[in-house]
Design a protein around this ligand. Structure first.
Ligand code: KG4
Ligand code: ZN
Length: 440
């Protein structure tokens, strides 16, 4: 186990459509986030109502150097240009600068091969590395999977280039585990989480790409109990929003629209698992809710939204301009969409809560842990809390701070630091993207 007085980790995350780099320092067993930069591609992908992998890859290539510069600058680690290094003895200076140039040339050649498929990123990276000195960083934590393969590769190749040039070890991070570790961002960095206190735990990771129920027996010890057979929960939010013409990403928009529906019954019945919607004309299925397994399926729910929407009589009304803002506040369309959003959100929440609580009971867990972009949903957070209390007040409930639910590099750094403490770093030559990586 490695641990010194102060350790600085640079974390890189490019598994989907956010280019993220964070730097944090671990000093006296405390995490301090020095910088947390996220370059979002939402505007680009909103045109398509979802993430377009080749476009996302291109954006990562364009953004990485600027995100890195901002992260280093914010952390006060962007070192002065190399030309400013003053060496007093001219002869030694000549020799060392010659040696330095040779090393630089041979490393530049390696970088050429690492980033040969990313010419734009290569150009920017070489120019950046020639201009700036190695920052005071101990290791790079990197998301290697699961995720969109083209996107993962950009981050992987970039991390390899930095690792080779700066002689830094890389710690491979599983994106799903990072979503779980988002819960430990503020905790003691020695991970003095008493296993007997928190574990076993059930983790529900719900994002745009994944919906998995995981049994966690300790830090770094996982077993997938079930997962979605088709669409992820976040994908269902996104697709429902797209059908309703509300924009992208759908989760936050659907959640906001749903708040307009005042339903006093929602609170009362939330203690009883399945929620019966008060909405008379919109009823959506709760797919697989009562099946005796831990799997999910959300594509049928999305299709039900589509059919209901097409079938609806109000379809015959003049079409509104399909953006959330352009709708007249009191229009029947607005009301209909609010009700649909309320119902689709509640259908997703019902299934997620029912399955998670079933697993919690079956495995007699001490803790329920949420993670992933959908865990930012306030109604989901609230209803989980009341249902867990109802099931057993002794079960602990961990949810990340909202800003760490959606993709970010801080969570990658925290998971990476945990594995670094276990001595799990690797040389850049061994690192590759693993789009279908499974947590275990
Ligand atoms: O974890 P994440 O940032 O990326 C993946 O790993 O996929 O999750 C993004 C997903 C999107 O589908 C988005 O619509 C959903 O998380 N999301 C939400 C909310 N905020 C983001 N879903 C429901 N309610 C929210 N407030
Ligand atoms: Zn994610």
């Amino acid at each position: 186990m490695k641990q010194s007085a102060s350790t600085k980790i640079l974390a890189i995350e490019t598994s989907c459509d956010d280019t993220c780099i964070a730097i944090f320092e671990i000093r006296n067993s405390k995490f301090e986030i020095l910088s947390n930069v996220i370059s979002s591609q939402v505007k680009l992908h909103s045109k398509y109502g979802g993430v377009y992998p080749t476009l996302a890859k291109r954006e990562h290539q364009r953004n990485l150097i600027s995100v890195l510069s901002r992260a280093l600058k914010k952390a006060s680690l962007l070192k002065n240009p190399k030309s400013k290094i003053l060496i007093s003895k001219p002869k030694i200076a000549e020799q060392s600068s010659l040696r330095g140039r040779q090393i630089l040339n041979s490393k530049s050649q390696i970088l050429n091969s690492i980033l040969e498929r990313e010419p734009e990123l290569l150009k920017q990276t070489l120019s950046f590395l020639k201009k700036h000195r190695k920052p005071n960083i101990d290791a790079i934590a990197l998301t290697v999977g699961p995720g969109l393969e083209p996107c993962l590769w950009v981050g992987v190749n970039f991390a390899k280039a930095l690792s080779c040039f700066w002689d830094l070890p890389i710690v491979r991070v599983n994106h799903i585990e990072a979503h779980i570790f988002a819960n430990f961002v503020g905790s003691n960095s020695k991970f003095k989480i008493q296993n007997s206190k928190l574990f076993p735990a059930i983790c529900l990771v719900v994002s745009g790409g994944h919906t998995q129920l995981i049994l966690m027996r300790g830090l770094g010890r996982y077993k997938i109990l079930g997962e979605t057979r088709d669409d992820a929960a976040g994908e269902c939010f996104d697709k429902a929003a797209r059908i309703l013409g509300l924009g992208y990403p759908g989760g936050p928009i659907v959640a906001k629209m749903a708040t307009k529906i005042k339903n006093p019954r929602s609170r009362a019945s939330s203690l009883r698992g399945r929620q019966k919607s008060k909405i008379k004309n919109i009823k959506l299925p709760r797919p697989m809710i009562y099946q005796k397994n831990y799997d999910f399926s959300f594509s049928g729910l999305k299709t039900a939204v589509l059919y209901q929407y097409q079938k609806s009589k109000i379809k015959n009304l003049p079409q509104p301009i399909p953006t959330a803002h352009a709708q007249g506040r009191n229009s029947i369309w607005q009301k209909y969409k609010q009700e649909m959003c309320y119902e689709v959100q509640q259908a997703i929440i019902d299934v997620l809560i029912h399955k998670t609580l079933k697993a919690a009971k079956d495995f007699k867990v001490k803790t329920i842990i949420l993670g992933g972009g959908v865990a930012a949903n306030s109604e989901l957070r609230k209803q989980f809390k009341s249902n867990i209390q109802h099931l057993s007040p002794n079960i602990q409930y961990l949810i990340p701070n909202i800003q760490f639910c959606t993709d970010n590099a801080v969570m990658v750094g925290v998971a990476g630091y945990f594995h670094w403490l276990q001595g799990e770093s690797a040389c850049w030559e061994k690192i590759r993207a693993e789009a279908n990586l499974r947590i275990k």
